[in-house]
Design a binder for this molecule. Structure first.
Ligand code: FES
Length: 289
């Protein structure tokens, strides 16, 4: 498992120095100001796997939330200034609730994991662009989630009007969300240690089951997304990938998430995109990963 510290180090390599960075940080803060911070109430929370927590909160943000979007949750601890981006796992619009399934990866998320029903949290959202579900209507789609990239696949599976094959990659038999996802399509499992399903990763599921599809929608660690990008290019099919693992603050303020893009950005005139504000979902061929 990638540690928070490792992710920060990797992200720092992508940061741009000088005036450009200053301007972009300012832009990030003004974008933060446009989105309203709201207080949400914890409805329930439980641990569902090692370091993985399942949190339901009550909030009017449920009205607008879509698959692939995320919220930024603020730790109470004032020493931890930046919020933590957490992807939306499930939306219950009828009861104005959001389900957030996240991994404890540092002090901020450790603090969230101690919250129980009735407590409140400060949240900024809803953030990010989400998956283009309208492009998948009537198609055969592989939904591919790896590790903590699995949670956004649940709301995606609920929203997609398509033939869904759901490929999930775990480290070992400590599975989570596989039963929830099984309600919306055929689930295939891969584990690194081979304790459940196919030994290997989600790409091995495709190979072993000779799966074919018109489109891929995926979220997970970078090596997995790189393999998906390559596979989709070879097959000549579209792949939409969520790069949320590369995010740090989630609100455009830290520049820890910049990635190179094929096209030049019309605003900044550079081959760059911020994953948190321009993504986190991109068409695979549009980004260099
Ligand atoms: Fe902080 Fe994008 S600017 S994660």
């Amino acid at each position: 498992m990638k540690k928070w510290k490792t992710k920060e180090t990797e992200n720092e390599r992508n940061r741009k120095p000088g005036k450009q960075q200053t301007r972009e940080v300012q832009e990030g803060h003004s974008r933060m100001a446009q989105k309203k911070k709201t207080t949400v109430t914890v409805v329930s929370q439980k641990q569902i796997a090692a370091q993985i927590y399942d949190l339901w909160v009550e909030t009017e943000l449920a009205e607008e939330a879509r698959a692939g979007q995320f919220v930024a949750v603020y730790p109470h601890n004032a020493a931890t200034l930046l919020p933590r981006p957490i992807s939306i796992c499930e939306v219950d619009r009828d009861r104005s609730r959001l389900r957030l399934v996240y991994r404890v990866a540092g002090k901020g998320t450790a603090e969230f994991s101690a919250c129980s029903a009735g407590e409140s949290l400060e949240v900024l959202g809803v953030l990010g662009n989400g998956f283009p579900v309208e492009k998948a209507v009537g198609r055969k789609v592989l939904l591919m989630g790896g590790g903590i990239g699995i949670p956004p696949m649940l709301q995606l599976a609920r929203e997609l009007e398509a033939e869904k094959h759901i490929l999930l990659g775990y480290r070992d038999q400590d599975l989570f969300l596989q039963e929830d996802l099984g309600q919306y399509g055929q689930v295939y499992i891969a584990t690194e240690d081979g304790s459940v399903g196919v030994q290997g990763n989600v790409m091995d599921i495709i190979r072993v089951n000779a799966l074919e599809a018109d489109m891929i929608m995926a979220c997970g660690p970078m090596p997995m997304l790189r393999a998906i990008k390559k596979y989709a290019a070879e097959q000549g099919i579209a792949a939409y990938i969520s790069l949320e693992e590369r995010m740090a603050c989630g609100v455009g303020a830290c520049l820890g998430c910049v990635c190179r893009t094929k096209e030049i950005d019309a605003h900044s005139h550079v081959h760059n995109a911020r994953i948190c504000t321009d993504g986190p979902v991109f068409e695979a061929e549009e980004v260099e990963i």
